[in-house]
Design a protein around this ligand. Structure first.
Ligand SMILES: Cc1cc2nc3c(=O)[nH]c(=O)nc-3n(C[C@H](O)[C@H](O)[C@H](O)COP(=O)(O)OP(=O)(O)OC[C@H]3O[C@@H](n4cnc5c(N)ncnc54)[C@H](O)[C@@H]3O)c2cc1C
Length: 142
């Protein structure tokens, strides 16, 4: 039984996921230029990119990496928004909107490239994206 199963026996996700690395418990005082609170996708991505930029960074996690939404979602890598039209975002927010749409557009490739680069074993499959539509309005968005 993994450490996560022992600590959080109610989680199906923990029960079917290979155990993560054993990590040290925070004790006493530590020091880093940047401290990231929370080891979900957001915190780990921030920490990884800071480290790649040469910044001294530490991650503090209350449970274990991926314990929040990042470790218990549907696992779909979807480079779209469910409702807003990218053109509307650019029209409303200008250059910032363009940057946001570009991040969104490239997000799936960014994720899969990162997993390949670091050889992260996440059972990932990059096989394309099917967008079913059921109304004229949805066709416009698709
Ligand atoms: C049911 C469900 C299904 C989803 N399906 C999808 C999907 O298919 N595709 C998709 O792209 N997105 C999906 N999402 C959304 C996606 O999972 C989240 O947007 C994403 O995981 C958020 O990541 P995060 O790092 O911001 O937060 P989290 O993953 O929640 O990470 C926060 C971390 O911070 C830690 N923490 C909190 N407070 C403290 C503290 N005080 N000190 C130390 N640590 C702390 C927590 O333990 C946790 O590990 C889904 C979400 C849910 C809930």
């Amino acid at each position: 039984m993994s450490a996560a199963e022992v600590r959080f026996p109610e989680s199906l996700w923990a029960a079917v996921t290979p155990a993560g690395p054993e990590l040290p418990q925070l004790a006493g005082a530590g020091q880093a230029d940047v401290v990231v609170i929370g080891a979900g996708f957001t915190g780990l991505s921030a920490a990884l990119h800071l480290r790649e930029a040469g910044v001294d960074v530490a991650v503090i996690e209350a449970a274990e990496p991926g314990w929040g939404a990042s470790g218990r979602n549907n696992g779909q890598v979807i480079p779209t928004l469910s409702r807003p039209d990218p053109d509307d975002i650019v029209a409303k927010h200008g250059a910032a909107g363009e940057r946001f749409v570009a991040v969104l557009r490239d997000s799936a490739n960014t994720l899969f490239d990162l997993a390949r680069r670091y050889q992260i074993q996440a059972e990932q499959e990059q096989t394309g994206w099917i967008q079913p539509v059921h109304s004229p309005g949805r066709i416009k968005i698709a």
